[in-house]
Design a binder for this molecule. Structure first.
Ligand code: GKR
Ligand code: MG
Length: 414
């Protein structure tokens, strides 16, 4: 076991990857999705990897946190957190933990490499050797808007009705073996989305289904929809605004309610527990403050009677590897975790073959640390794309308004 583990340098590389026009309640994904990679380098040259959400504001916080991380021991994530908290003093808890997270993941990766153990061992050890994942269905346009009103088509084509949605679902299930599917809702009127769920139920009877309208429905709409959806879904995610509406719905419906919006930091657990509005929490290490904290939050969910799933935003393979190690360490992972990876995999910057989704699951990489490697050429190309793409923040509403200038992202909408 090596004893040299002090961080001498943190390399931060923002990247951009092509993104299809996936629709959601806030608008539509722009042609470029932004992520940021972290490489923590110890004094003996060991490198640990982390992946973070992109965007200039988050990047600036991450850079400040990274400067504070230099000189800490990769084995001492408590000291790392203290330094990050000091460096970002005055920052709200969620963005602060979002800056800490990729550094914590990178330290765990380096620690695992130094001690020749997989990260899951540093999280308490594995409950499973692969983590079940959910195929993520989106409505989408035929392609991204091009110059002068043209469309730049993509391989998925338009997904705007039940038939095309079922076709995309069949394709995801055939390619990745998913045993559950999540539909990103809040895009079409509720009756159309319910019809889509019925079509999926008929087409893929053995596959569990979820629907996430991202707070788009009023309480009366959510009440009526949940009556129709009970028995069709394993859970309904964030149907109506957080707080009293979610609580009232939860009290009335037999359908389990899940969230990644109403409980997104520790201070929100108590109120949601008190009002009974949550049955399943979608954990996300990117904003819960890294792998160790998220494993602890998941344990707490078990104690208070909540189920646990995993939340996902557009991400690449370092995050997928982190989710695999973390998901394996969560004893009470009651539901398959979300992942955007099928929408981004072809643009990953890992050494090809280091990680993949097969048979509806991701195997925990066997090597030390996270068990995955960046491909320097692919990383450099993705960074060049970042420099030239012109996008610096995620802006689904702004991109939607390039096509539909009067688009209003307010919720609840129906
Ligand atoms: O990428 O469009 C998207 C998703 O809607 C994502 O932004 C959400 O955070 O998938 C997420 C969710 O479960 O709410
Ligand atoms: Mg959600």
């Amino acid at each position: 076991m090596s004893t040299t583990s002090t961080i001498r340098e943190v390399r931060i590389t923002p990247v951009a990857l092509p993104d299809p026009p996936l629709l959601n309640v806030w608008g539509v994904h722009a042609p470029w999705a932004l992520r940021t990679f972290v490489e923590v380098v110890t004094d003996d040259g060991t490198v640990g990897l982390g992946e973070a959400q992109g965007g200039l504001a988050a990047l600036e916080r991450l850079e400040r946190a990274a400067r504070a991380a230099v000189g800490t021991d990769v084995r001492d994530t408590t000291a790392l957190e203290a330094r990050v908290r000091a460096a970002l003093s005055g920052t709200a808890e969620r963005p602060l933990l979002t800056a800490f997270s990729p550094l914590e993941v990178a330290c765990l990766d380096a620690h695992g490499r130094l001690d020749d153990v997989p990260c899951v061992e540093l999280l308490g050890g594995p409950h499973r050797d692969q983590v079940e994942l959910t195929g993520y269905l989106f409505f989408k346009w035929a392609g991204q808007p091009g110059p002068d009103g043209t469309t730049v088509p993509d391989a998925w084509g338009p997904i705007l009705d039940a038939d095309s949605l079922v076709t995309s679902a069949r394709a995801l299930v055939a390619k990745y073996g998913f045993r559950s599917l999540k539909l990103k809702g809040g895009v079409l009127p509720p009756e159309d989305e319910i019809a889509c769920i019925r079509a999926l139920r008929d087409a893929l009877p053995g596959v569990l289904l979820r629907l996430d309208p991202n707070n788009a429905w009023t309480l009366p709409t959510a009440r009526a929809a949940s009556a129709e959806l009970t028995g069709l879904l394993e859970y309904l995610e964030d149907p109506t605004p957080c707080g009293s509406d979610m609580a009232r719905l939860a009290a009335e419906t037999a359908l389990p309610l899940a969230t990644n919006m109403c409980v997104a930091e520790e201070a929100q657990i108590g109120p949601a527990l008190a009002d009974g509005s949550v049955d399943v929490l979608l954990a996300d290490h990117h904003y819960w403050g890294g792998l160790r904290r998220t494993v602890a939050i998941a344990r707490r969910c078990g104690e208070i009677g909540w189920g646990v799933s995993l939340h996902s935003n557009t991400h690449l393979g370092v995050s997928l590897a982190a989710m695999a190690h973390m998901g394996a360490a969560i004893g009470n992972l009651t539901h398959a975790g979300d992942t955007h990876y099928p929408w981004t995999a072809e643009h990953d910057v890992l050494v090809p073959g280091d990680i993949a989704i097969k048979d509806g699951a991701v195997a925990v990489p066997a090597g030390p640390g996270l068990g995955v490697r960046l491909d320097p050429e692919r990383l450099a190309a993705a960074h060049e794309a970042y420099l030239s793409c012109g996008f610096r923040e995620r802006g689904d509403t702004a991109w939607m308004r390039t096509v539909q200038p009067d688009f209003d992202p307010s919720v609840p909408r129906w």
